[in-house]
Design a protein around this ligand. Structure first.
Ligand SMILES: *Cc1c(COP(=O)(O)O)cnc(C)c1O
Length: 377
């Protein structure tokens, strides 16, 4: 196997789930169900192994974004409820119904399409669907005042069952007072919409709203089920620090595959942006932007070898980059290098990388691509 790989620490994933479940118990006697998002190949960690670990650790639901992601889980023999979070095309509806994926339904047209597909493929067995309400995310969802009518529409189809009612929060991961007020407003609108469904005589099913931000900071958004994603993969979201401890699940590692002596003034890599300030030793590692390591990190990055930080030297190439190991280094050829996500406190993780380049940890783990084998440890 190639040097560069993503170690997926499933023990950390399981421990993170336990930490979140313990945190949810603070709700009192009836802690909410847990839905684990495994979309985008489990945030880059590998959907099937992560889904299996999640269910083993007590998850009640999985969530995916594309129909193909749902089919992958079913083909792997996973038979838990699976929420389909994004809108499928008309041509995909039969696959949704056949594989018992529970789609978010946000309008009557889509309800009719999925109802017809369910009637055709499920031999009388109702397909559970979840009503999706837009309370302020501005993404998929009916407006709160349309929720009761949509419930009536769904209920009118013999092939569908209203299994849940959901919304999604836009700024639940922020500690800014205006954002907290916005989240409270979203929760209030959602409560009103759920009540309107009940008042019209329909059972809203499992009521759910909380992503990671709300699972941490808004217990009034927990309802019957929560859907925290990034927290389970080991990262707090955005601007709030959770009281519970989670650890990164993905650790990207590689090895020093070549070592060279470099003279003062020698340049390293494309563009000659780095020249040796003194005689030194440079190590080469086989990872680059072709693996999903952002090239923009070329400005300033460091790697951890045997617990010690060493700076990147020069630009990140497609398949390789170079490390300044220093003149009297102890580092040897073939030594292991932790790129990010390792247990050393000073080592980079997806959050420190994200902060450095102005993005979020989600994007860092998702972008580690299929050239990097996932190794489950
Ligand atoms: C991705 C997603 C989540 C999980 O969000 P995190 O920020 O990772 O907790 C929850 N609900 C929906 C609808 C999503 O799309």
């Amino acid at each position: 196997m190639r040097a560069t790989k993503a170690l997926i620490h499933l023990d950390n994933f399981t421990a993170n789930i336990k930490a979140v479940r313990d945190h949810l118990k603070t709700a009192g006697s009836s802690s909410p169900l847990l839905c684990v998002p495994v979309k985008a190949d489990g945030y880059g960690h590998g959907a099937v192994p992560v889904a299996r670990a999640a269910l083993k650790a007590g998850a009640n639901f999985l969530a995916i974004a594309t129909v193909d992601e749902g089919v992958e889980l079913r083909d792997a023999g996973i038979d838990s409820p699976i929420l389909l979070l994004s809108q499928a095309l008309p041509s995909e509806m039969e696959t949704v119904a056949e594989h018992s994926l529970s789609p978010f339904v946000a309008d009557k047209d889509a309800a009719k399409l999925i109802a017809d597909a369910a009637a055709m493929t499920r031999k009388g067995k109702k397909l559970p669907v979840h009503i999706k309400i837009d309370t302020g995310m501005g993404r998929m969802g009916c407006y709160p005042n349309e929720a009761a009518e949509l419930a009536a529409c769904i209920a009118s189809f013999g092939s569908l069952e209203i299994a849940g009612t959901a919304t999604h929060l836009a700024v639940s991961d922020s500690a800014v007072p205006d954002d907290i007020a916005y989240t409270k407003k979203q929760i209030e609108k959602f409560n009103q919409a759920v009540n309107s469904i009940k008042a019209a005589g329909y059972n809203p099913g499992i009521v759910h709203a909380a992503n990671t931000g709300a699972a941490i900071a808004h217990s009034d958004a927990w309802f019957d089920m929560v859907r925290p994603g990034i927290l389970l993969y080991g990262y707090p979201p955005g601007g709030i620090t959770p009281r519970l401890l989670v650890r990164p699940v993905m650790e990207v590692v590689t090895n020093i595959v070549f070592i060279k002596q470099v003279k003062k003034g020698d340049s390293i890599s494309y563009g000659r942006t780095w020249t040796a300030p003194h005689d030194t030793v440079v190590g080469i590692i086989p990872i680059g932007y072709g693996d999903g390591l952002p090239r923009i990190l070329s400005k300033d990055f460091d790697f951890t070898i045997n617990g010690i930080q060493y700076p990147l030297a020069g630009r990140i190439c497609m398949d390789q980059c170079m490390i300044d190991l220093g003149a009297d280094t102890d580092v040897k050829r073939w030594d292991e290098v932790s790129v990010f996500g390792g247990a050393y406190p000073a080592a980079h993780n997806a959050a420190t990388i994200a902060a450095r380049i102005g993005t979020i940890p989600y994007e860092i783990t998702c972008n580690i691509n299929k050239r990097v084998a996932r190794v489950y440890v």
